[in-house]
Design a protein around this ligand. Structure first.
Ligand SMILES: Nc1ncnc2c1ncn2[C@@H]1O[C@H](COP(=O)(O)OP(=O)(O)O)[C@@H](O)[C@H]1O
Ligand SMILES: [Mg+2]
Length: 117
């Protein structure tokens, strides 16, 4: 099993939700985050340079972070579809990170591994 973590533009949520539904993934975790990439947030988009009252020289832009845990064979198709939906000619399209997942447990039933997804 792998966890696919995607950090993308908030307006992409509906398209990504559809991609996740289409592959039959059981669930997702979504967080709203602030971040920057290579450009340290330098962009036409207005971000924030203060977090909890502390000033920073980094321009933080709002993104969504979506985490899904899937069987290994879905990782490459997901990457392809997310890129199709989110790649533009503008900086800030986001990133995808892949993590190994050791185990999954559905608490209600005790199912393990893929069956718990
Ligand atoms: N190396 C990284 N580690 C953790 N998060 C990152 C990293 N690079 C980018 N991100 C996250 O992804 C978001 C989008 O990054 P993006 O600007 O598209 O990357 P880049 O400028 O490097 O191409 C950032 O706002 C940040 O939340
Ligand atoms: Mg960037």
């Amino acid at each position: 099993m792998k966890e696919v973590v995607m950090i993308v533009r908030p307006e992409k949520l509906e398209e990504i939700k559809k991609i996740i539904d289409d592959i039959g993934c059981g669930g997702m975790t979504l967080s709203t985050v602030m971040g920057c990439g290579t450009q340290k947030g330098a962009s036409a988009e207005k971000g924030v340079n203060e977090i909890k009252g502390y000033k920073t020289t980094i321009n933080l832009l709002p993104k969504i972070q979506i985490e899904i845990v899937v069987d290994d064979q879905y990782v490459e198709p997901i990457i392809m579809k997310i890129r199709e939906a989110c790649a533009s000619e503008h900086v800030g399209d986001g990133k995808i990170f892949i993590r190994n997942i050791e185990e999954a447990v559905r608490i209600r039933t005790g199912e393990r591994g893929s069956r718990a997804l």
